[in-house]
Design a binder for this molecule. Structure first.
Ligand code: SF4
Length: 224
């Protein structure tokens, strides 16, 4: 990958974090540091819109307020609590994770990337999200929104296979995630992608990182 411009990275981090402090979304799972609650939200958010998840998240946690209560439940009961949210494999994996954590980790989600990724249904993104949001670890994330923002800001072109591009974007995410502030940075980049740097019609004129973005209209005009 092309060498990163350190000043661009620094400005990107600062501008994004400042914007997030004022415009970040207030979501129920952002009001807690409980790893279990954060995990439930992240699993529900896979393939599902934020607005749709909120009600399910609150109902599910009223029924299963702790990982122990979920582990003690039966699969049909968990499926019933998940009913309507779809993609039931997520519920099955969450239930299996609760049982595995109870059996192997004394009921406490591990704060280690490798151990976390050995749990059912937890990939690199979900592990990074729980580690940064719940444990304050310097773990990067890459979801669709974050990937789009990174590609545009740092001008990453699609060369080679999809897997290769994905690998380059993960590498970039790790390079630009600031030490000690990964939790807010990760939330900020996802919010920017969801609300400003959208897939269609990005709102560049009101974007906080416009001045350092390689895809901003003024930058593109300068280069071409
Ligand atoms: Fe996205 Fe435009 Fe902002 Fe660049 S300036 S990050 S393309 S919204």
């Amino acid at each position: 990958m092309r060498r990163l411009d350190r000043e661009q990275v620094r400005q990107f981090q600062q501008r994004l974090l400042r914007w997030y402090a004022r415009h970040g979304r207030d979501l129920p799972w952002r009001r807690t540091r409980d790893p279990y609650r954060i995990l439930v939200s992240e699993i529900m958010l896979q393939q599902t819109q934020v607005e749709r998840v909120i009600g399910y998240y609150e109902r599910f946690l009223r029924r299963y307020p702790t990982i122990a209560t979920l582990a003690a439940s039966s699969e049909p009961q968990v499926r019933e609590a998940w009913d309507g949210l779809g993609y039931y494999a997520r519920a099955r994996n969450l239930h299996r994770t609760a049982r595995q954590v109870t059996a192997e980790h004394d009921g406490v989600l591990p704060d280690d990337l490798d151990q976390m990724r050995r749990l059912p249904g937890i990939g690199r993104y979900t592990a990074g999200a729980v580690l940064s949001f719940a444990f304050g670890k310097d773990a990067a994330i890459l979801d669709t929104n974050a990937a789009r923002v990174l590609r545009r800001v740092f001008g990453v072109r699609a060369r080679g296979t999809k897997a290769r591009l994905h690998g380059r974007l993960w590498e970039l995410a790790e390079q630009v995630t600031p030490a000690g502030r990964a939790d807010r940075f990760n939330q900020a980049i996802m919010d920017l992608g969801a609300t400003v740097c959208r897939a269609r019609k990005p709102e560049c004129p009101r974007c906080p990182v416009r001045a350092v973005c390689r895809s901003a209209p003024e930058t593109v005009a300068r280069i071409s």
